[in-house]
Structures are given as structure tokens and as C-alpha cells.
Write a protein that binds this ligand. Structure first.
Ligand code: RM4
Ligand code: MN
Length: 385
């Protein structure tokens, strides 16, 4: 059996604290049983995902959703659970002050407040040991003429420069883009070009974050991935699936072939090598499915796509490409995609002392019944809580 260990061992997938909390649509947030009531319980759930997959060693925090009085206590708790705290996600999109934007708001007082929050997030990183500050701005305008497009870019650049200057030597800033929503006419960071321009102006510690759900339908995301890897500016993925807009469904659920094509470009560009600095993060919400299982499934989906990408016969592909053999080149790629890699991954897990089927192992563990029983009383964590 093919041994993909060299590639798979380097693939660490970061789960988001908010995936364990209640979430929903703009119409309704549904409460699920056993949902964490505080960041510690979110970390405990994330640790279960790592325990059964062996591939999710870090958990991202979202501030202020995960605010605690002492982050070193949370970091120690995570270590005790067998995981580490990962990226710190800033939140400048849930305050009345941000009606007309955060760092691009016309009001300097609001801009100051937003930048202060971003700086606070770097303070937290210093304590948690997190490498990455992930920035997603909901900033934008709904109507032509509502504000000046260029001035808003200037304000954004100024805010980012102040945050960048505050970063420690090993810390990075990840700038995420999103085509639209909540702004409907012009988003201030709508695409990878805008994100990359700001990152290039800032310096080498500024990298682009590709959220797979943040593109127009039909966008060739793997081309973006290849381009950013070539430029050495692919900092991270926020993985999820979309059917229509930013659906935040399980990665690989809507279009496993697209995920394979993305992971092929990652492999092709050396992105599975931890030294490349590409962070593989999930950014998902489990509104109708069980949350911990949803995260386990997502980690497995990324691993399966990566395994298929690693199976691509690079030499055969190159020789077919060089010969201009269109059909053979396509067949080499499809052969890898059409391979059932589940036995390979089961073997990879068993070599690491894990059960071959993480979902079955999780179900058999009784963890879900335990948290349903134990997490009685108190308020469940959710969006905005
Ligand atoms: C945003 C964006 C961010 C995430 C929030 C919860 O749409 O994708 O990465 O922090 O959602
Ligand atoms: Mn995201």
C-alpha cells in the first residue's frame, strides 16, 4: 500500500472555537444539547477532535467571543487537554459603532476603537503563544457614492500598518477577503488582489487568508492558491463549503473535486511542508448537524483530499504535459482523484495508535452523553456570546 505519511504528517488542521458553539442563520440560532458554555469547554471539545483524528492539534480563538480573564490559564488548560491555542481572530463586526465600518469608518473615533481591538488581540497572542492574527473586515458600503472607495483603502492601509508594526518577530497578520456580505455594493477587502496588495505594502509577515466560501460562484480557487504560493503569500485557508453564498458548510461537502484541485496546488507548491507556513484552518458553522462530529468529518475530508493530491503521479503528469498529451495529463490527475484513499488513511491512523474510523471511535467514547449531562445550567456559547 502506498505510504503517504511524509505528506500527511505535515498536515495539521486547526479547528475554530466557534464551530463548537451555537450558530445559525440570520433567521434563527438553534440551540443544541451539550454545547460549550465557555472557552474552556470549547477547547475541551476541540481536543476530542484531535484525540480521534490525530490531525487537529490547535484551536483558533475569536475575541471577544472567547474572552477570558487570564489567557495563560486557558493556554495551560489547552495543553492539559493535548492541544494548543491557534490563531487569534479579531472581531470588529458586532458593535453598533461599526455601522459604517470599523477600520475604514469615516469617524476617526471608531477607527481608533477598531485598531485598539486589533492591538489587544496581539497582546493576547503574546500570552497564548499564537503565531497568527486573522483579520476579516465586514467593512464596505451599500450604495455608490456612500463613501469614497480610495479614502477607505487609505484608512485600511493606515490601520493595518499600525497593527503590523506591533507584531512580534514570529507573529503574522493574515488578511482575509470576501466578495460581499454584509456590505452589498463594495466590500473594502473583496478579493485576493486587494488583500495581496495590502500584504505586499506591509511586509513579509503579512499573508493572505483564503476562505473557500468567500468567492463568486465558479471562481477558480486553485488558481488563486497557486498564485499566492508562487508569491510566498499564502498564509492560511479558512476551509468550508458553499453552494450559494458564504454557507460555512463542512469542507469538501459541496464540491470534493474542488477541494482536491485546491489540495493538488498546495502539494504542487510545497504548501504541505510545515516550513511553508500555510495554516489549514476550518471556518465553519454546524447549524443542523452535531458539531464535534461535524468537525471530525471536516478534518477527514481535508485529509482525504490531501491524500488524493499526494497520489498524483507527478512524473507521469509532467511528461504528459510536456508531450502536449491533453487526455493523458487529465487522466493522470483523475486517476488520483478517483482513488479510494480511505484504507490508506485508516492505515495512517493505526500506525499512530488511533482507531481507523474517527467518527465511530468518537461515538463509542460516550463523550457526547457526558457533555450533555455535565453541561446543565449556565448559558450556552453562541454568536455574540
Ligand atoms: C467571517 C470570516 C471570519 C470568521 C467569521 C466568524 O465570515 O470568515 O474568518 O472569523 O466569519
Ligand atoms: Mn473565514
Amino acid at each position: 500500500m502506498t505510504d503517504l505519511s511524509a505528506g500527511l504528517d505535515g498536515l495539521a488542521i486547526e479547528t475554530p472555537s466557534w464551530a463548537y458553539a451555537n450558530s445559525g442563520t440570520r433567521f434563527k440560532v438553534f440551540a443544541q444539547k451539550g454545547v460549550p458554555r465557555d472557552p474552556f469547554e470549547k477547547v475541551a471539545d476541540a481536543a476530542r477532535v484531535h484525540a480521534f483524528t490525530g490531525a487537529a492539534p490547535t484551536v483558533a480563538l475569536h475575541i471577544p467571543w472567547d474572552r477570558v480573564s487570564d489567557y495563560s490559564v486557558l493556554a495551560d488548560y489547552a495543553a492539559g487537554q493535548g492541544v494548543r491555542l491557534g490563531a487569534i481572530n479579531a472581531n470588529v463586526f458586532q458593535d453598533d459603532d461599526y455601522l459604517l465600518g470599523s477600520v475604514t469608518n469615516p469617524d476617526p473615533r471608531v477607527r481608533r476603537k477598531a485598531v485598539d481591538h486589533l492591538l489587544e488581540c496581539v497582546d493576547i497572542m503574546d500570552v497564548t503563544g499564537s503565531r497568527d492574527l486573522k483579520l476579516w473586515f465586514s467593512d464596505g458600503i451599500n450604495y455608490p457614492g456612500q463613501d469614497d472607495l480610495r479614502t477607505r483603502q487609505d484608512r485600511l492601509a493606515e490601520a493595518l500598518a499600525e497593527v503590523y508594526a506591533r507584531l512580534g518577530g514570529d507573529q503574522r497578520l493574515l488578511l482575509e477577503y470576501k466578495l460581499f456580505e454584509p456590505a452589498f455594493y463594495a466590500t473594502d477587502v473583496p478579493d485576493w488582489g486587494t488583500s495581496l496588495l495590502h500584504c505586499l505594502a506591509l511586509g513579509p509577515k503579512a499573508m493572505v487568508c483564503v476562505d473557500t466560501g468567500h468567492h463568486a460562484p465558479g471562481t477558480n480557487i486553485e488558481f488563486i492558491v497557486a498564485s499566492l504560493l508562487r508569491a510566498g503569500r499564502l498564509g492560511a485557508f479558512d476551509f468550508n463549503s458553499r453552494f450559494y453564498a458564504d454557507d460555512d458548510l463542512m469542507v469538501g461537502a459541496a464540491d470534493p473535486f474542488q477541494l482536491f484541485r485546491i489540495m493538488y496546488e498546495v502539494v504542487r507548491g510545497g504548501g504541505l511542508d510545515p516550513a511553508s507556513g500555510v495554516a489549514f484552518m476550518l471556518d465553519q458553522c454546524h447549524n443542523v448537524e452535531p458539531k464535534i462530529q461535524g468537525q471530525i468529518r471536516s478534518v477527514m475530508n481535508v485529509q482525504e483530499a490531501a491524500a488524493k493530491a499526494l497520489l498524483v503521479d507527478a512524473a507521469a503528469l509532467r511528461s504528459a504535459q510536456d508531450a502536449g498529451d491533453v487526455l493523458e495529463a487529465n487522466a493522470v490527475l483523475m486517476d488520483a482523484y478517483d482513488t479510494d484513499v480511505r484504507p490508506l488513511l485508516a492505515a495512517w491512523r493505526e500506525r499512530r495508535g488511533l482507531r481507523p474510523d474517527p467518527i465511530a471511535a468518537y461515538k463509542a467514547s460516550g463523550y457526547f452523553d457526558t457533555i450533555v449531562a455535565e453541561r446543565a445550567g449556565g448559558a450556552q456559547a453562541g454568536w455574540g456570546a
